[in-house]
Design a protein around this ligand. Structure first.
Ligand code: KG4
Ligand code: ZN
Length: 333
């Protein structure tokens, strides 16, 4: 049995977890700082770093206590080194290095994006070849995986990330940040009365684009304001969310037809979206040889348990780092 302690601090969640064999979560302590950023309508990097410093040791103590393990029970320390905000990443990295040095444990460098995807193993084991749709506040990626840790990017966003488009529309509607969950709830109440464009639906690739949709929503709202018409925000939410989900589903379907895979993973913060989960379930019904493995709702947002899961992939492949490991804020697959 391999026990890995994992550190995650790439954005606005400070988290430490203990994970056994890459799929059994012994503890997952998460401190969120959303309240501090809400009045700014987005993450303020300087504020985020300060929060991480304040919380990291508390979250660490909590994760060890919850898991009922001592440092001597652990086999390795996994840590997110990118992508993310440099000041935020540094705090988790320093915490992980200090812990590793103090307890003579090896360090495993983990890519945050791989972490999101590996969290599907908390649902059921990913079978390969696999395809993953990773949709978060900063990324929208469709990737092919031939085995654990082997990623080939099929398509990605050319402008805004899917989650970013939810957050920007939320800001326009004066909803609290981040707005994905709120828009998801509003969309349940509304009707799809407005026709928004689904970007690049006819282009022969697997890329995404959400900035045109965002502009269409902005134009719609400004136009209504000029004419002093009231907007039904729920209908707007439904119509906008339909357009996002259509774009994601369209590309996914095309990719699945081209690359037959044994499993399909849905990961990242936007993977919590109820309509996206539902539409993918329906789509995957047409692909008998592909199992749908969405990341469990508890682990779609940023957390350290997922870093422990991806850390285990690296552990098995002997991918370790020295104490001079640095952050890589622009890290990709
Ligand atoms: O993965 P995550 O927690 O952080 C990043 O690595 O970016 O993703 C956060 C994003 C935010 O943009 C948030 O609005 C979005 O996930 N999100 C949702 C939902 N819940 C969170 N988007 C749509 N529907 C949801 N239910
Ligand atoms: Zn994330």
């Amino acid at each position: 049995m391999t026990k890995i302690i994992a550190f995650e601090s790439s954005a606005d969640e400070t988290s430490v977890a203990v994970v056994e064999d890459g799929h059994i979560v012994l503890s997952n302590s998460v401190a969120t700082q959303i309240n501090s950023h809400q009045r700014f309508g987005g993450i303020v990097p300087e504020v985020a770093s300060r929060h991480h410093i304040e919380w990291i040791t508390r979250v660490l103590d909590d994760a060890l206590a919850q898991a009922q393990v001592k440092p001597s029970d652990l086999d390795a320390v996994a840590v997110t080194y990118g992508p993310g905000l440099v000041g935020s990443l540094l705090v988790g990295l320093m915490g992980a290095k200090t812990f590793a040095l103090a307890h003579d444990l090896p360090i495993i460098p983990v890519n945050h994006l791989a972490g999101h995807i590996s969290a599907a193993n908390f649902n059921q084991p990913i079978v390969y070849p696999a395809m993953a749709l990773m949709v978060s506040g900063g990324h929208t990626e469709l990737v092919l995986m031939t085995s654990e840790n082997k990623f080939e990017v099929l398509g990605e966003t050319r402008d805004d990330a899917a989650g970013e488009s939810f957050d920007k529309v939320g800001r326009l509607l004066k909803l609290p940040y981040p707005a994905g969950k709120t828009i998801d709830e509003m969309a349940h109440r509304g009707k799809a009365t407005i026709k928004f464009p689904t970007a690049m639906a006819h282009e022969d690739n697997y890329d995404f684009s959400f900035s045109g949709l965002k502009s269409a929503v902005i134009n719609y709202v400004h136009h209504a304001e000029q004419k002093q018409e009231t907007i039904n925000q729920d209908d707007l939410a439904t119509s906008f969310q339909n357009a996002v989900v259509d774009a994601l589903i369209g590309r996914t379907e095309r990719a699945l037809r081209h690359y037959p895979v044994k499993s399909f993973v849905l990961a990242g913060g936007v993977a919590a979206n109820s309509q996206l989960r539902e539409s993918l379930t329906t789509l995957l019904n047409d692909f008998n040889d592909t199992i749908f493995i969405p990341v469990p709702l508890t682990y779609t947002g940023d957390n350290a348990a997922m870093i422990g899961a991806a850390g285990y992939w690296n552990y098995k492949q002997n991918i370790f780092a020295d104490l001079d490991l640095n952050t890589d804020p622009g890290l990709d697959f």
